[in-house]
Design a protein around this ligand. Structure first.
Ligand SMILES: Cc1cc2nc3c(=O)[nH]c(=O)nc-3n(C[C@H](O)[C@H](O)[C@H](O)COP(=O)(O)O)c2cc1C
Length: 219
């Protein structure tokens, strides 16, 4: 009885912490479009200049779904393959300009297709400085950050798991590229940045490593 009470108190405290952080349920993604996979492959290009216009929540929803969305509720399998289905990747949104969303750092939660606000304020300029002042990071309304918790994979596959995680970041990034073509948005994979600085800007855990930044905007 005592243990149960303690458990319920801890659970209550956890939900209060969660309650302080805004959770935004994303609209259902669409599963059909007029752009074929062949056309998306043909048109995929790294795009580094964007209109000074906000994105909307349905565009955000679609891009996040393409990155790591769950496509089989029973198994939890996702749009991108994952070694051992261990899913080491985490997806963050550094939001500057999105209609109806306050600027801040948000984390994607594929299980409920939602995002949670992890810190408030426009962090694009800090991220731009962390990424060797690549202008497209500062100018995009949104920057996606793909990070990884390597232990989730190396616990099963050892040293070899490291390469699996990098491969998965590639799958995820390509999904984002192709989805952007279909939405008429521009993006580019950015690998040149100071890891420690990006970690600080996003307030990542010690065991979490940023792998890619992907600014996204209208073209
Ligand atoms: C691992 C990797 C890292 C990259 N890092 C950067 C980067 O830091 N900044 C940038 O502007 N583009 C970066 N790119 C994008 C490449 O410059 C781009 O893919 C290449 O010029 C070919 O152009 P395309 O993507 O339009 O086909 C990177 C691409 C890859 C695969």
């Amino acid at each position: 009885m005592k243990i149960l009470t303690i458990f319920l108190i801890i659970l209550g405290l956890l939900s209060i912490v969660e309650g302080e952080n805004k959770v935004i349920k994303l609209p259902e993604p669409r599963y059909k479009s007029n752009v074929s996979i062949e056309e998306a492959l043909l048109k995929r290009r790294s795009i580094r200049s964007y209109k000074n216009e906000p994105l909307n929540v349905s565009e955000i929803s679609q891009v996040l779904w393409a990155a790591q969305g769950i496509t089989d509720k029973r198994t939890g399998f996702r749009t991108a393959p994952s070694a051992g289905a261990l899913y080491p990747l985490e997806i963050y949104l550094v939001i500057g300009k999105v209609k109806d969303l306050e600027p801040g750092v948000y984390k994607y939660r594929p299980e409920n297709h939602e995002i949670i606000l992890v810190s408030k304020g426009d962090k694009r300029n800090d991220l731009y400085i962390s990424a060797l002042r690549q202008e497209w990071i500062k100018n995009a309304p949104v920057v996606i950050v793909i990070s990884a918790i390597f232990e989730r994979t190396t616990i099963k596959y050892g040293e070899r798991g490291i390469r699996y995680v990098y491969m998965e970041a590639g799958h995820c990034a390509q999904n984002i590229y192709l989805q952007c073509v279909s939405l008429n948005l521009g993006t580019v994979t950015v690998g040149a940045f100071y890891d420690d600085e990006v970690k600080r800007v996003l307030n990542l855990q010690k065991n979490e490593s940023p792998l890619y930044l992907m600014p996204i905007g209208k073209i």
